[in-house]
Design a protein around this ligand. Structure first.
Ligand code: COA
Length: 361
């Protein structure tokens, strides 16, 4: 049966680091609080837009798949902090790649966006129309981070990951999935106005930043990531013991641990890299997948569960059987342009717009 298989993978993390110790200089927080409550030690702050981060990750994924931009017939970009509303970030990624044979569109399912993209891309291939689909998760979340709010400004970061999906007749690819959303509680994690490119226009700065009821999001994340994974496993006819690796959305290490506990999955089978990057929303899963491959955590035929939860409130899970190849075919020399700007230089527009962080005021 025609399915779709991940044949290339890549990530692009911008070079500027914002550590917990840096945050201690800005707001009333501590490395100890952030580490124990979230698992995060540092995150990246990007000097380029989400489309450029995504394009570099995509070039690396294409090289790993042994494909060129011309081979791509569909680009799906999962983002909630794209460059602009119109054109879509997917259009800008197409331009960076010069992938002129591709259709392209954005998917905004916030942190669940990559899982939504994987399911959509697989369906587009399985239904016969497409051969090579690029799925990019990319975020420049710092644009919407308000450093006067210690509840949210410690959680998020920037980055991008990408995969190439290709048609296959092998026993590999998506076995089952479950996607959902509860729009009635969308307001508990929201950015009411504005895209990330151009001037902010709303007279009330608070309307332009992330606002969140953290504990409500936490409870729902734990419940839904576990429930959704169980539904996908049942649909696939896969027992929990057969799962080799859970790659969850990286929002909070306590959410990840609680999800694994609810499922009854051994912690050695859970991939965690939140300490390095924080929550990069739609980018967390493709970045984690790339690092899992780099670290030898995935073998030919491995059974992987992807699970995500995010704004909307969305959730999604997928049971995926890895194919034969775990090494990239080639490596891309694509790089971000260099920058002389410091992390604080990059955050200055946030301070100007949202207000100075407590300790700078
Ligand atoms: N540094 C120090 N203290 C902080 C803090 C920070 N950065 N942020 C909040 N606090 C304080 C609170 O003000 C509160 O103080 P109080 O007891 O004096 O009122 C205390 O820490 C506990 O706050 P609480 O909200 O109960 O903490 P928590 O254990 O629920 O952790 C989150 C807060 C945000 C880390 C947690 O709720 C969470 O991760 N939620 C989900 C967020 C998420 O993943 N969002 C994206 C979904 S994709």
């Amino acid at each position: 049966m025609r399915n779709a298989e991940i044949t290339g993978w890549g990530k692009c993390m911008p070079p500027n680091v914002l550590s917990n110790h840096d945050l201690e200089q800005l707001v009333d927080t501590s490395d100890e609080w952030i580490t124990s409550r979230t698992g995060i030690k540092e995150r990246r702050i990007s000097h380029v837009e989400a489309s450029e981060l995504g394009a570099v990750a995509a070039k690396r994924a294409l090289a790993a798949a042994g494909k060129t931009a011309e081979d791509v017939d569909l680009i799906l970009v999962a983002t909630c902090s794209g460059d602009s509303i119109i054109p879509a970030t997917a259009s800008l990624v197409q331009k960076h790649l010069e992938a002129w044979n591709a259709a392209a569109m954005d998917i905004n399912a916030a942190c669940s966006g990559f899982v939504y993209g994987l399911v959509t891309g697989t369906s587009m291939i399985s239904s016969g129309g497409y051969e090579t689909v690029l799925i990019v998760g990319t975020e420049k979340l710092h644009y919407i981070m308000d450093f006067t709010d210690r509840n949210t400004c410690v959680l998020f970061g920037d980055g991008a990951g990408a995969v190439v999906l290709e048609a296959t007749e092998d026993d590999a690819g998506l076995l089952a999935s479950d996607l959902g959303i509860d729009g009635s509680v969308g307001h508990i994690l929201e950015v009411p106005v504005d895209g990330s490119h151009g001037d902010r226009t709303h007279p009330d700065p608070q309307m332009c930043g992330i606002s969140m009821e953290g504990q409500e999001v936490f409870k729902r994340a734990v419940t839904k990531m576990g429930e959704s994974s169980t539904i996908s496993l049942e649909k696939a006819g896969i027992a929990l013991e057969e799962v080799d690796l859970l790659i969850p959305h990286q929002a909070n290490v306590r959410i990840i641990d609680a999800t694994a506990r609810r499922l009854g999955l051994d912690e050695g089978k859970v991939f965690v890299n939140i300490h390095s990057y924080g929550n990069t929303s739609a980018a967390t899963i493709p970045v984690a997948l790339t690092e899992a491959l780099e670290q030898g955590r995935i073998q030919p035929g491995s059974l992987i569960v992807f699970a995500a939860f995010g704004g909307g409130l969305t959730w999604g899970s997928a049971v995926y059987r890895w194919g034969k190849r775990i090494e990239p075919i080639a490596e891309s020399d694509a790089q971000l342009p260099p920058t002389d700007l410091t992390t604080m230089d990059l955050l200055q527009p946030n301070f100007d717009f949202f207000g100075l962080p407590e300790k700078m005021a």
